[in-house]
Design a protein around this ligand. Sequence first.
Ligand SMILES: [Zn+2]
Length: 331
Amino acid sequence: MTMQLTNTTKITSRMTNNEDCNNRTFNQKILFDELPVLRNLNIRKPEIYKQKTCVMCNKDIEDTLHPFICNNFNTFLREKYIEHIALIGKNYGSQKSKTNIIKAYRHENFLKIDMGRQLRGTINSDQFNFIDIMRGLSYKHMSQKIKSHVISDIQIIKDIQFKIYNYLRKLMKQRWTERCSTFLEWEKRQNISKENKGGEKDKNDRKHKKRPTKTRDEKYETIKKSLIIQQWGCDLLILEGLYLSKKLMKQRWTERCSTFLEWEKRQNISKENKGGEKDKNDRKHKKRPTKTRDEEYETIKKSLIIQQWGCDLLILEGLYLSKWMVRRLNK
Ligand SMILES: [Zn+2]
């Protein structure tokens, strides 16, 4: 509960910044596979967009990640990403040489480009790799990797993670802008005009256009997604999620404890009548109330999930995977 509240506050305050909001939308669209790429346009308006094939390479289906993979752009992104880690690392005073940092990251599996993976999407047995980073997910051992390859200061590690995330997003946004201008030219050649797109500018689509009626399943998905985004914010979740909420929760708990101590004083609750133990030792000495079987199950499940993913990642990956599976089933 506290976690949700603190995250919401954070989001609200960040949402005031227009650019942030814009970037957040872009990032969410990538994550949820909702960019207006040809595959999605073909599903939405098949009478206008008859092809799914990318207009830049004329080879592969243009899905949400394709513009960032097309013509080996992902290789370029990966190189830039690695170089940038080295650059920021050096700026923060890393003792390692730039060349060595770059070399170390080039060898990392989690930054490998898996061609097969790009074609078949994600399956559970797949290793985390660069495509996941492009999608906006964070690698669970990233901070350890920075620690061993770059620098050990915890705060700097967080800063580096934040900066490289934003850097990659920036490059991807640039690429998307390029793709959009190529796409507009293509549309002109195809005689796809604003009129037959529906007579409105794309920008205003959301406000004015009557959307196609959604199926019940789609409605459910949309509601679920918007609730999650509203509650957590996506990029926030990916990058800062666990760290931030833990920090905020701890701060909140400290606040609560000092308020509580004052309240105890007013109620004349002293150490003596609490039972002669200090709060700190409570956990060690006091017998906890017995848990029900359901509670135990929940605890175990939760700790397994956190252990495996960090809970924030799970939500995202889960959503992505479930969307992917739904699409797969619909084929
Ligand atoms: Zn292409």
